[in-house]
Ligand binder design. Structure first.
Ligand SMILES: NC(=O)N[C@H]1NC(=O)NC1=O
Ligand SMILES: [Zn+2]
Ligand SMILES: [Zn+2]
Length: 443
């Protein structure tokens, strides 16, 4: 196929290392990678690193039903500005949540109208919809998301043990992954009740109501069920090095498990929650520095598979209260995953660039059945994030729905200059292209 254009002169971050390569793009795909490709037209990428577009496996865009919290338009602008070319949307906090084929089709249609980048949809696994998992798989969900503790929304109830176990049996049969929010319901609910009954309402009281042991207990149980059912398990947003270590032990014993953490656990600590407040409330909560150090150690050892943003904004009135327990739990981070991995990972801790690319692009694409995504290789989609690796900057221009973004004003080294989706420019210098995303189904 003749090329539509070339990207010339860039340092290309391939799964096999960083190389000075030219890239030819034709029909939205990468058609050739070579040290020198002649012909034109060409874009000059000299001085830049070319990463595969980020595949953000964990995003809440809340449309339909809670578009005013965050929707496809602003949410995907933020993602694209952060170098993402695809994302996997969670079945909540859109309302009603994606528990049936009908809700899947509804959200898929909205995304195809409004999303700037490609997207897949998670379906829910709750006690309400065990009977609908087959139709969701047939419709094309990436996998099934279950909460092991209260989700924050009564319309998406937590999966009790039997629901989770039966859900995993079904997922195994259907060839889909089960993703779990792993915090113990028993533990977190009781600790919350006791604290609130005693009139506690501060940041430290909230943090103390969700200690690491509540995460470890749930991770252990999810691993047990995955072991017993043979299901593929994806542990979302692990917040502690100990939880990663426990899950990695399970993986080494042969459990089919992947391990996710989020940029906020890598970039912020409990001390930041005290300083910044509501914008950093999340569950599981941010941890002390020593726990964060453990988490980085696990990540640098290669025990973390995926870094996803868990972007989950809410309107300011839900992020404003004298009582920290009453605030919405969820962090706005769609735009800054690469920044955190490049500054905190590559520059500060020596994380190789191909490991950065694996964590936020290649590994999620592989895990969730998207072989055309997440890699700069011939035949893959021409999805790129063009990065000025040496540029230090203050993150000021944020495109997500609300201003309560804890990354505002943070300084990073490693800046996304432009993003290409299937060969089309979707973002450059604060401006967005006319591109529209397509629905991704796992193969
Ligand atoms: N419902 C929802 O978005 N919950 C997310 N927010 C958060 O802080 N943790 C979550 O799981
Ligand atoms: Zn969660
Ligand atoms: Zn989430």
């Amino acid at each position: 196929m003749s090329a539509d254009f070339m990207l010339r002169g860039g340092q290309v971050v391939t799964p096999h290392g960083v190389k000075r390569l030219d890239i030819a793009v034709g029909g939205g795909k990468i058609t050739e990678l070579a040290e020198e490709i002649t012909g034109g037209p060409a874009l000059d990428a000299s001085g830049l690193h070319i990463f595969a577009g980020v595949v953000d496996a964990h995003v809440h865009l809340n449309e339909p039903g809670r578009t005013h919290w965050e929707g496809f338009e602003t949410g995907t602008q933020a993602l694209a500005a952060g170098g993402a070319t695809s994302f996997l949307d969670m079945p909540l906090n859109s309302s009603p949540p994606v528990l049936t084929r009908e809700r899947f089709e509804e959200k898929a249609a909205l995304g195809q109208q409004k999303s700037l980048i490609d997207f897949g949809l998670w379906g829910g696994l709750t006690p309400l919809n065990l009977e609908q998992l087959d139709e969701l798989a047939e419709a094309g969900v990436i996998g099934f998301k279950a909460f092991m503790s209260h989700s924050g929304l009564d319309e998406f109830p937590a999966a009790d043990d039997l629901t989770l176990y039966e859900g995993m049996r079904a997922a195994k049969r259907l060839g889909r992954v089960v993703a779990t929010h792993a915090e113990s319901n028993e533990f977190t609910r009781r600790l919350t009740e006791v604290a609130r009954a005693a009139g506690k309402r501060g940041v430290r009281d909230y943090l103390a109501s969700r200690p690491v042991v509540t995460e470890l207990e749930a991770v252990g149980r999810a691993l047990l069920f995955a072991h017993e059912t043979g299901a593929a398990l994806h542990l979302v947003h692990l917040s502690s090095g100990a939880a990663v270590a426990l899950a990695y032990e399970g993986k080494q014993k042969g459990i089919d498990v992947t391990i996710e953490t989020c940029p906020h656990y890598l970039h912020f600590t409990d001390a930041d929650v005290e300083r910044i407040g509501a914008a950093l409330k999340c569950a599981p909560p941010l941890r002390p520095k020593a726990v964060q150090d453990d988490l980085w150690r696990e990540l640098l050892a290669g025990h973390v598979d995926i870094v996803g943003s868990d972007h989950s904004p809410a309107p300011p009135e839900m992020k404003t209260s004298e009582n920290f327990f009453e605030l919405w739990g969820g962090i706005s981070g769609a735009q800054s995953t690469l920044n955190v991995l490049l500054a905190g990972g590559h520059h500060a801790r020596g994380l190789p660039l191909e490991a950065v690319a694996a964590l936020c692009a290649l590994n999620p694409a592989n895990r969730f059945g998207l072989p055309q995504k997440g890699r700069v290789e011939v035949g893959a989609d021409a999805d790129f994030a063009l990065v000025d690796l040496g540029a230090s900057f203050e993150l000021g221009q944020l495109f997500d729905r609300w201003s309560q973004n804890p990354y505002r004003g943070q300084t990073f080294r490693g800046q996304v200059k432009a993003t290409y989706l299937r060969g089309q420019k979707v973002y450059e210098n604060g401006q967005f292209g006319e591109v529209r995303g397509q629905l991704l189904k796992p193969v």
